[in-house]
Design a protein around this ligand. Sequence first.
Ligand code: ADP
Ligand code: MG
Length: 456
Amino acid sequence: MNIDILFQNALKIIETELSSLSFQTWFEDLKLIDLKDGKAIFQVPMAVHKKQLDNNYYEIIQSAFNQVTGTNFELEFLLEEEIKNKLEKESMKEEEKKEVGVPSSFNKKSNLNPNYTFDNFVVGNSNKFAQAAALSVAENPGKMYNPLFLYGNSGLGKTHLMHAIGNYIITNSNRKVLYVTSDQFINDFISINKKDDSGTNFNYVDFFKDKYRNIDVLIIDDIQFLGGATQTQQEFFHTFNTLYDDSKQIIISSDRSPDDLKLLEERLRTRFCWGLTVNIFPPDFTLRTEILRKKILAGNFEQDIPEDVIEYIASNMGSDVRQLEGSITRLIAYSTIMGGANITLNLAIEALKDFISKGLSEKNEIARIQKVVSEFFQINVEDIRSKKRSANIAFPRQVAMYLCRKLTTESFPKIGTEFGGKDHSTVMHSVEKIEKERKENHDLDNIIEKLMKDLE
Ligand code: ADP
Ligand code: MG
């Protein structure tokens, strides 16, 4: 039998054994490269797939191949470059770890929002790594990546993903999950110092310890707000250690990377990097339209929203998904107020005019600088916003980042996100480099002067 057909048949068997979510996430981009000498070699898109398939789906795949071929194959999952290098590695399969659920004796509030699930999280290039990491933590709490640290700008789906992990875990196991924002953690901690009627604070201490230690999964959202509270940081440090030592899963989110959490103690930041740190990026146009379509479908509105309206919103609103959702709500409300007027492009432009001009002006300055600099260096503006590293693009990009820093009030991380997801230190480094070269290189200095004038 041809190996493609054989693989398709094996996939059909695997598909029946998994949820469609797991199947899509882990198997959709899997390729069978080679099948001989008792060995099946697969190509996987990302390292997280490799780990997940090897640790958790090995037997399912093996058994599916056995059913199709009557032979047991040893499986190996490799990234594209590893296959290119033809690495002859013996596949070291980690010992299967058995699930241990802690029976929840009492049903405390988990604070989870049931509306945020993996099923209604739309996946695209900018968030697929974050989604895959989140799902593998949900499937193996405390085992795969501990802690999981998710970071990115506001409105990109961090909170959604964290709830999705929690909801997945409570539906598929009897583990106890607790979701809190760092504000709530601070409040709970402060209440330790309260005294009750009998003049003791004993109950509060017990309450705190019980709430935060007697759980299997701690999800703590927006950790950046812990920054100002020194004593609370210490308590969080102890909570973290206790849970971590017990192999309890910890999931943290923040608007910036651990390195940038300057107000947090060093020892906390170090711990945050022990597991997996994942950056979630702003959605591109395609993903924005997909999210809009999904929200429209879920909203079950009486009226259809035409495709040109969706594209108008996707290309004019910023990348904050909250604003995308808001624009749909506003559009529907506007049409209702207008006596159920048909939703057309003109109506949308009218309904969203305040929204859109606001969204634009925030992005405007960086976009304008990118455009002017790209034109000057005769490169494509898409390239300057990409990760491409060739010198003819990297240099103009540095100049543009430098100008953004000089001419706008945008932060290093924000500038970084607009230039292919560079982290703040890369932006800082580029700015310093151009500043220095300007002093030494008269031509460059002239170019920058000219660009600055053009931009005024
Ligand atoms: P963050 O915590 O990163 O600020 P949220 O998780 O609160 O962002 O997301 C803001 C809103 O956008 C939520 O209503 C969330 O459901 C929605 N959202 C964000 N990303 C997606 C996505 N990829 N698919 C569907 N909804 C999303
Ligand atoms: Mg959030």
